[in-house]
Design a protein around this ligand. Sequence first.
Ligand code: HEC
Length: 98
Amino acid sequence: MTRLRFLPAAGIALILPGMAAAQDSFQLAQGKGCFNCHDVTGPKEAPSFKGIAMHNKGREDAAARLAEALKTGKDGHKKFRGSDAELQQLIAYILATP
Ligand code: HEC
């Protein structure tokens, strides 16, 4: 009986780090100026992160392709300034936009 009481707590412990990561990524994107042109869900001059996520759904090479595009600026995108780790985090965040 008492063992059951640990289950909800374990569930919360799993959810919170995910929320914290999303919050960090949002702030990272903000700090990098991504939201000058993008919005998370709504329309702006650039496609929304949600739109990009939808557009790339099911594409296995999406993360690699987007990272390459942002890093080199070869598709005409403003070149990303920051570390590879930051870029990976942002791409993962964008592609996971619900
Ligand atoms: C100066 C405006 C501007 C800023 C700042 C900007 N973007 Fe974009 N972004 C665009 C536009 C316009 C597009 C759509 C055209 C294109 O793909 O280049 C786009 C497209 C994208 C795409 C899809 C690219 C593709 O090939 O499908 C991703 C991913 C992206 N942006 C991520 C970011 C991230 C992350 C940042 C912050 C580091 C950022 N953008 C900052 C204007 C901007």
